[in-house]
Write a protein that binds this ligand. Structure first.
Ligand code: PHE
Ligand code: FE
Length: 284
């Protein structure tokens, strides 16, 4: 019944009005707990661009924020806006939104027993993880260009290559700063355990960003990452991804896939992982 009612409200571009009245007190409490936990964990771990973006948004600590309110601040800063969606949307829909500077956000929040691990993105991951960096002009341009590139990759049958770039940058990227390695990937900043693991564990590899290498590298959804790729700045990332990828895709088709934990002789190794004990354990 609820599923039917929800489907009826979804427009053809998969957007819907954020059903604010459906959030329960328990939902808002889950948001608060996640928010408070990450505020502590991310001090000295997340990059300044993320923390500044978060502060600039005034993302509500008190509960799940109104997307319209957030959009106001975001639009003022970089012209981006947030649109509510029921969950994961088809690739072409997702890319078309990004290319138009609209970020699709799943409206619902995880259950209290899913605090530490969730298989699909929820409102906490989508807002807290992704939206702060959309306040940054360069990163905002990168995401829009990614959307346009996604539409093209679909046409060229090259989405698997481009998806890996998203994974190893937007979702799980690290950045080198004068203060040390910091997190910018949204899949990390929205996870307490991975926020600590990605910087402090001896297990994973930390490798210099290399566009074609990343587009050849497989990834796993079910565990922490075995390798993180480190950029030196958002300008570097955007510059490397500016060229037309069409010839890159051609080259990539002739090359074998690289395993998620492999280190190559050609890699710029920042820290080679021990590979020990990389299996995630739930938070204590
Ligand atoms: N330049 C890429 C292309 O031609 C598009 C892109 C830009 C992809 C930025 C990712 C990030 O496909
Ligand atoms: Fe995400």
């Amino acid at each position: 019944m609820l599923a039917q009612a929800m489907r009826d409200e979804v427009r053809s571009d998969y957007t819907m009005d954020q059903p604010i009245e459906r959030y329960t007190a328990a939902d808002h409490a889950v948001w608060r707990r996640l928010f408070e936990r990450q505020a502590e964990t991310l001090q000295g771990r997340a990059c300044d661009e993320f923390l500044d973006g978060l502060a600039g948004l005034g993302v509500a600590k008190e509960g799940i924020p109104s997307f319209d309110r957030l959009s106001e601040a975001l639009t003022k800063a970089t012209g981006w806006k947030i649109v509510a969606v029921p969950g994961l949307v088809p690739d072409e829909v997702f890319f078309a939104h990004l290319a138009a500077r609209r970020f699709p956000v799943t409206w619902w929040i995880r259950k209290p027993e899913q605090m530490d691990y969730l298989q699909e993105p929820d409102v906490f991951h989508d807002i807290y993880g992704h939206v702060p960096l959309l306040m940054n002009p360069i990163f905002g341009d990168y995401m829009q260009a990614y959307g346009a590139g996604g539409l093209k990759a679909l046409e060229l049958g090259a989405l698997n290559y481009l998806a890996r770039l998203y994974w190893y940058t937007v979702e799980f990227g690290l950045i080198r700063t004068p203060k040390g390695l910091r997190i910018y990937g949204s899949g990390i900043v929205s996870s307490k355990t991975e926020s600590v693991y990605c910087l402090e564990s001896a297990s994973p590899n930390r490798l210099g960003f290399d566009l074609l290498r990343i587009m050849r590298t497989g990834y796993r959804l079910d565990t922490f990452q075995k390798s993180y790729f480190v950029i030196d700045g958002f300008e570097e990332l955007f510059d490397a991804t500016r060229p037309d990828f069409t010839p890159y895709y051609q080259t990539l088709r002739g090359l074998p896939q690289i395993g998620s934990g492999e280190v190559l002789a050609s890699d710029r190794v920042i820290q080679r992982g021990s590979g020990e004990g990389w299996d995630p354990r739930p938070d204590a």
